[in-house]
Design a protein around this ligand. Structure first.
Ligand SMILES: Nc1nc2c(ncn2[C@@H]2O[C@H](COP(=O)(O)OP(=O)(O)OP(=O)(O)O)[C@@H](O)[C@H]2O)c(=O)[nH]1
Ligand SMILES: [Mg+2]
Length: 450
């Protein structure tokens, strides 16, 4: 009996694996996830004194804490979706080790590396600034920095204070909520209504083998194919799911895949010239262009090639003549089914690509490295009144508080000095604070003394 159940289980698992490989992968093309990053905290510094035989007044001997682990996004060429990030919403890097006596520094924590496919863009959701745009093999970006280790009392020794009896706690690691997006890196994006022959085209010109069928939305996620022209030039084509009227507002497969077009350098607009499904080719052409424009105006600045497909069908020739009269661009007639006219299209695409210089997708101002530092410095703290309590908030001051080792009076004095230096004292006085009033920073409450 047990044997029978075991066999049944094995058969079920076997079929599930086959099902996943045939259908599951198709459904699970993930190109956008939101994750929280908690970089590692720095290790605490150590407060210790040298106590050795024959060493008089050994002095401070507490080592520094180790650096907390960063969270790094790194390109893995073997990946083509963000599916691995789908089920884990919070990433935490390890903390640095604490410093120890005898001058031993704590070990730095290892970075937490998250592998992503080429074409991944990481954006901070608070500031809407880009942390990294990973476009080539070997690219990586530190998306959340680990905290630095707190200093041990050895590091604070000066001539004026040769035996400091305090140390520093480790700096908290950066915490961020980020959007991780995959924007395919193709040279040419195939766009058009459903069933116009986009997948048939890519299957003819490259080794890609997408599903082809006579019903709408056969393609559920983008497919990439590498094309080689007769004169040995090569480029990457993306077959995208079909678009319909209202796609930019979320109709059909909607705007979910339109973002992949933003990256492509040339747009190949495929039109079913046979009008077999009862639509007018010129309407198709206008609708798709309108949707592209509504999604992102700059898409229409990209060079576009118009491909009239299904020319092997009887009504196509007549429709093509009418169509050509209504548009003022060159139209390339082909049959993706028979292969007729395809070579000319590929040569034209390669020519167009040769003429366009490769530009980065985003302007430099959109990257965090350009603006964030300035932004932080402008507003180091904020004070408001909660009843009779003065509440001080701000990244800078909260970090200083977390790093203060309140066990020692010396450390407390150092903290007070920093409040003064940041201008918090002046601001509190300006707001009318009196001796004995309560000041709150995070969970800590202090009595104000002039
Ligand atoms: N006669 C003829 N049929 C074609 C041609 N190209 C594509 N087809 C047929 O049109 C149907 C749709 O083709 P697909 O390549 O799946 O179309 P698609 O644009 O990828 O469709 P979606 O993925 O649904 O957006 C299939 O039945 C193809 O065999 C062509 O040049 N001539
Ligand atoms: Mg398709």
């Amino acid at each position: 009996m047990l044997e029978y159940k075991k066999r049944l289980l094995i058969v079920i698992v076997f079929f599930l694996i086959i099902w996943y490989n045939i259908f599951g992968r198709d459904i699970m093309f993930i190109d956008e996830v939101i994750v929280e990053l908690n970089a590692g905290r720095g290790g605490n510094g150590c407060m210790a004194f040298r106590r050795e035989k024959y060493v008089e007044m050994g002095g401070p001997f507490g080592g520094n804490g180790g650096h907390g682990g960063n969270i790094v996004f790194e390109v893995d060429e073997g990946l083509n979706t963000l599916i691995d990030l789908r089920y884990k919403k919070i990433y935490k890097a390890k903390s640095g080790e604490h410093g120890q006596g005898k001058g031993c520094h704590g070990k730095n924590a290892e970075d937490l590396v998250i592998k992503v496919p080429i074409g991944t863009v990481i954006t901070d959701l608070d500031t809407n600034l880009i942390l990294g745009d990973l476009t080539k093999k070997g690219d990586s970006v530190v998306a959340a920095c680990g905290g630095r280790g707190g200093r041990g009392n050895m590091a604070f020794a000066t001539h004026a204070n040769p035996a400091p009896a305090f140390c520093e706690n480790g700096e908290p690691g950066e915490v961020r909520k980020v959007k991780v997006e995959l924007k395919l890196l193709a040279d040419v994006g195939l766009v058009g209504m459903p069933s116009v022959g986009k997948s048939t085209f890519i299957s003819k010109v490259s080794a890609a083998k997408p599903k082809i069928a006579a019903y709408h939305f056969t393609t559920l996620h983008p497919n990439l194919g590498v094309v080689k022209t007769k004169d040995n030039r090569s480029f990457v084509v993306a077959d995208l799911p079909g678009l319909i009227e209202g796609a930019s507002l979320g109709e059909g497969l909607g705007d979910k895949f339109l973002k992949h077009i933003e990256r492509t350098r040339v747009i190949a607009h495929i039109i079913d010239m046979s009008a077999f499904e009862g639509r007018n080719p010129i309407d198709d052409y206008n609708i798709i262009n309108k949707e592209l424009e509504n999604f992102n105006k700059s898409i229409m600045d990209k060079p576009q090639i118009v491909i009239a497909n299904k020319m092997d069908l009887p009504s196509s020739l007549e429709n093509l003549e009418k169509f050509k009269k209504q548009v003022n661009c060159k139209v390339y007639p082909i049959s993706a089914e028979t292969g007729e006219g395809i070579d000319d299209v590929l040569i034209e695409l390669a020519n167009m690509l040769d003429k366009i210089e490769k530009k980065p997708l985003y302007e430099e101002e959109k990257f965090e490295s350009h603006v964030l530092y300035k932004f932080k410095k402008e507003q180091p703290f904020h004070i408001y009144k909660d009843g009779s309590t003065y509440v001080v908030t701000g990244d800078e001051i909260e970090k200083i508080l977390k790093m203060t080792w309140f066990v020692s009076d010396e450390a407390f004095m150092r903290f007070s000095k920093k409040l003064r230096k940041l201008g918090i004292d002046d601001k509190l006085r300006e707001m009318g604070i009196q001796e004995g009033d309560i000041v709150r920073i995070l969970d800590y409450e202090f009595e104000y003394k002039d």
